[in-house]
Design a protein around this ligand. Sequence first.
Ligand SMILES: [Zn+2]
Length: 499
Amino acid sequence: MIPAMLGAAALALSLAAHAQTDERRNLAFETVERNAESIATIGDRLYYYAELGMQEQESTKFLKETLEAIGFKVDLGGAGFPTSVWAQWESGKPHIVVVTEIDALPEGSQTPGSIERKPLVKGAPGHMEGHNTHGAVAIGAAYAVKRVMERYKLPGTVSLSFGPAEEQLVSRPFLVRAGLFKDADAAILIHIGDNFSTGYGLQNYAAISAKFTFHGKTAHGAVNPWEGRDAVDAVELMDMGFDKLREHLRPSQRAHRTITIGGIQPNIIPDLGQIWWFVRDANAPWAKENFDKLVNIARGAAMMTGTTMEMEVVASAWPQLGNRVIAEAIQKNIDTVGNPKWSDEEQKFAREFQSALGLKAVGLAPAPVKFGGRPQSFASNDSGDVTWNVPAGNLNFPASVPGVNYHNWQAAVTPISTIAHKGEVAGAKVLAASLLDLLSSRELLEKAKAQFREDTRDTPYFSFLPADANPPLELNREMMERFRPEMRKHYLNRAPRFN
Ligand SMILES: [Zn+2]
């Protein structure tokens, strides 16, 4: 009798809890939908700013204004990055952070909606990865979650971290080093995709990027070459040395380089040479091992040529570690929200676009990707560093045309289309629901933390950054300043108004 009664009481309680969860989630969904226009405006404004990494001044000024207008406290300049945005709405624990970025890419300028190549400003940067949509999703969700938390008096803190220069893998190792994430309980990383998905385990690759500069001594190439010290010889020897090493590295490694300074003319023995390397591998300790070997090769090349060598780490990233517990929660919300309902015109446009690019005309993604481990990608994203410090899930929202690859101008055709707008709304709903799950279920958070401890037990985080590394403040400055005056003529004047 008694156990049965207890069971009934527990069931009633659990049903009530479920009803309450649904009610909160529905309020978040309604809030996102009601503000769809403002969400679209955020993405559209960011699209026209199209600022390169480290130079996201207009974009971050706009984000700051928008976030302050919805009651968030906004700090610019974290970890010594003038364009790092940290926005926070505080009401106790737990503390969940949304991690994303807003930078554009060089030469990506394109007239939105035009399948023909038609830059808005010739040669200028543009959003050919759709990072402009990230701000829309993050702020749309943050506003909805704040409304729900206020209405239901839920304790918790929501932060949004917009990290500068994701495209060059720059800021997150610095943000982590500065301790920005140290009191965070969990994080959700968001990124545009051509489908709705999440994943767990290692999502992509570890990478270290560094420039090696050799200094020698000039001499006449024919008259007194024995008095010269050839810095470009050192560059070549470094290249050959690494090629000899390749056979003895794990098959999972990737390494690529470009010679950035290669002498002036053949009859001058060059006193300056430079080679820029990226080394990658499937996990951080392996990438570091390869990198240390590369540094030794550089030392050897300097020794062989009597030159001196300087090394500068330009960027680095740990592979993104997707937390399975958080991924499962995100997936449930993806399945609840489902893919956007694409109109016939949107499908027709997508198929025409795909045909024009010689792709199979499959149209837009019909349904979310089924849950499961997804293959580790060979690319890298510096937000990976966050995921080894805080339990983190990732969310890809469907806002681009399948098959159209990022980092090509074609990908700048749709980031302010109705396809993108619908994807932003769907993404904001899933993000809001997932934030609410993490904020309101202590059990979920504890499980995610246990998963994190298990995943990182054998690989504790260490920073790839040299102790004296500083934010590269000059990165992209010259190019951005050259194009901004022309780009300014296209800026959008509309302002988002959340209600
Ligand atoms: Zn990206």
